[in-house]
Design a protein around this ligand. Structure first.
Ligand SMILES: Nc1nc2c(ncn2[C@@H]2O[C@H](COP(=O)(O)OP(=O)(O)OP(=O)(O)O)[C@@H](O)[C@H]2O)c(=O)[nH]1
Ligand SMILES: [Mg+2]
Length: 225
C-alpha cells in the first residue's frame, strides 16, 4: 500500500484516498467533445474537474499522465496548443475531466487570445457542476499576476480550487520546498482555495498518485447528479 506523500501535512492523502484514486484511473477515459462556446457544453449531469493555468504550464500533459493515457490530450512545445474546452469522460461516466485553453499568452492574435480567455473565464465562473478547478502553476515561476486574476475570479464565484505545481522535475528538492511554502502562504489570502499544494511532474511521475487521490475525493463528495 502506498504511503501518504507528506505525513506532516494534515491535508495529505490518506492510504485509502490514494487507493481510491488509483482505482478511479484504472478505468478507461475517452474524449467526448471539444467546445468553443458555452452553448455547446454537454449537459451538466455529473461533477466536472478542470485543469486551468497559463499557456504551456502543462495542463494537457498532466491530463495524459494522470489518466495514464499518453496522447489523450494534445500537447505541444508551442503555447496555445489547446484551443477548446475538451471534455473527457472518466471512470465510466462518473465525472468529466476538462482540459482548457491556457490564459496569459500574448503571442497569438489578440482576438484569439481574447476568445480563449473569455471562454475559460465564463466556464469557470458559470458552470454549476464544476466541482473542483485545479489551478496549475509552473513550479519554476510561481504565482504570476495573471494567475492571481484567475484566483480572484474563482474566489468571487466560490469555485473550489486547488493549486498544483507542474514541472517539479526542473527544480531541486530545496527549491521545490521553497516554492511550495511560498505558494501555500499566498493561498491563505484566498477563501475558495484548498490550502494544500500538490507538486507534480508529468515527465517524472511525481505527485500523480496524490492528484488522483484528490480527484477521487472530490468525485466521491459530489457524486453523480
Ligand atoms: N520538464 C517537464 N516538461 C513538461 C511537463 N509537463 C509538460 N511539459 C512540457 O511543457 C510543454 C507544454 O505542455 P502542455 O501539456 O501542452 O501545456 P498546456 O498547459 O496544455 O499548454 P496550452 O494548451 O498551450 O495552454 C510541452 O513541451 C511539455 O512537454 C513536466 O512535468 N516536466
Ligand atoms: Mg493544452
Amino acid at each position: 500500500m502506498a504511503e501518504p506523500t507528506s505525513p506532516d501535512d494534515p491535508f495529505a492523502a490518506s492510504p485509502e484516498q490514494l487507493e481510491a484514486g488509483d482505482a478511479l484511473f484504472r478505468q478507461p477515459v475517452r474524449f467526448v467533445k471539444g467546445v468553443v462556446g458555452l452553448e455547446h457544453l454537454p449537459t451538466g449531469d455529473r461533477p466536472e474537474i478542470t485543469l486551468a493555468g497559463r499557456s504551456n504550464v502543462g495542463k494537457s500533459s498532466l491530463i495524459n499522465a494522470v489518466t495514464r493515457h499518453g496522447g489523450l490530450a494534445r500537447t505541444s512545445n508551442t503555447p496555445g496548443r489547446t484551443q477548446e474546452l475538451n471534455f473527457f469522460s472518466a471512470a465510466q461516466g462518473s465525472f468529466y475531466l476538462v482540459d482548457m485553453p491556457g490564459y496569459g499568452f500574448a503571442k497569438a492574435p489578440k482576438d484569439k487570445v481574447d476568445s480563449w480567455t473569455g471562454l475559460v473565464r465564463d466556464y469557470l465562473r458559470g458552470r454549476p457542476t464544476l466541482a473542483r478547478c485545479y489551478l496549475l502553476i509552473d513550479a519554476r515561476h510561481g504565482i504570476k499576476a495573471v494567475d492571481a486574476g484567475i484566483m480572484a475570479l474563482l474566489d468571487e464565484a466560490a469555485v473550489s480550487y486547488q493549486v498544483v505545481l507542474t514541472k517539479a522535475d526542473k527544480l531541486n528538492p530545496f527549491e521545490l520546498a521553497e516554492v511550495r511554502a511560498a505558494t501555500a502562504q499566498a493561498l491563505a489570502r484566498h477563501p475558495a482555495a484548498f490550502p494544500h499544494v500538490i507538486a507534480t511532474s508529468s515527465d517524472s511521475d511525481v505527485g500523480l498518485e496524490e492528484l488522483r487521490a484528490s480527484i477521487a475525493t472530490v468525485v466521491a463528495d459530489h457524486g453523480p447528479r
